[in-house]
Design a protein around this ligand. Structure first.
Ligand code: CTP
Ligand code: MG
Ligand code: K
Length: 180
């Protein structure tokens, strides 16, 4: 019961989990803010690029399509009813994750934090808020079916743990500049 709630909630979030990690690998090139500043600090900073955002979003959507291809055997193997992603839900989760992270950088720059500075709490949940908001906007019926309040609670508790673990691994592998 609880296990199936955790499994379906995390499955539903997978297309939102990979974009930020894909962006780390794909980053570089022109920053979204074009180098512009606002009140003495960069609008977003060099860590938010067009290429990272585009590749991250595309990888998230592609993952959703792969998950759709294996959802039946996976549901059977786990004995859990897992979600299939309509394209609108896939785009909402992936693009929303990227936009949430970009919004966090905007807030970091406004609060005097340089690129790469940690903002505990915001760093772990920015993309969750963005992904859920965009999925709700783009695929409201699908969102209501899979993101019940208990499912959202699972996501909010488990995601920061997964986020910290993956970023420490990325840092240890040398692909990420900071372990957060
Ligand atoms: N990245 C990107 N485009 C994005 C998000 C991330 O190119 N939309 C790449 C950048 O190379 C970035 C790296 O992924 O440096 C790590 O992402 P993140 O930790 O979110 O950025 P930071 O460099 O820490 O910058 P910020 O302080 O603004 O979060
Ligand atoms: Mg960072
Ligand atoms: K971030």
């Amino acid at each position: 019961m609880v296990g199936s709630l955790v499994a379906s909630a995390l499955w539903a979030m997978l297309p939102a989990y990979v974009p930020n990690n894909a962006a780390v690998l794909a980053g570089g090139g022109r920053p979204i803010d074009g180098g512009r500043t606002w009140n003495g600090a960069r609008v977003l900073g060099d860590g938010k690029t067009w290429r990272g955002t585009a590749v991250g979003t595309a990888v998230g959507v592609l993952l959703a399509l792969v998950l759709n291809a294996i959802v039946d055997p996976a549901s059977t193997a786990l004995g859990v009813d897992l979600p299939t992603f309509p394209l609108r839900a896939a785009v909402g989760l992936a693009l929303g994750a990227m936009v949430g992270d970009i919004g966090a950088s905007f807030l970091k720059r406004r609060s005097g934090r340089e690129r790469g500075a940690a903002f505990p709490g915001l760093d772990q949940l920015d993309f969750v808020v963005g992904a859920l908001a965009f999925a709700w906007l783009l695929a409201p019926a699908w969102f209501d079916e899979w993101f019940t309040l208990p499912a959202i609670a699972v996501v909010v508790v488990v995601t920061p743990i997964l986020h910290v673990v993956t970023n420490v691994i990325g840092f240890a592998l040398g692909v990420k500049n900071e372990p957060w």
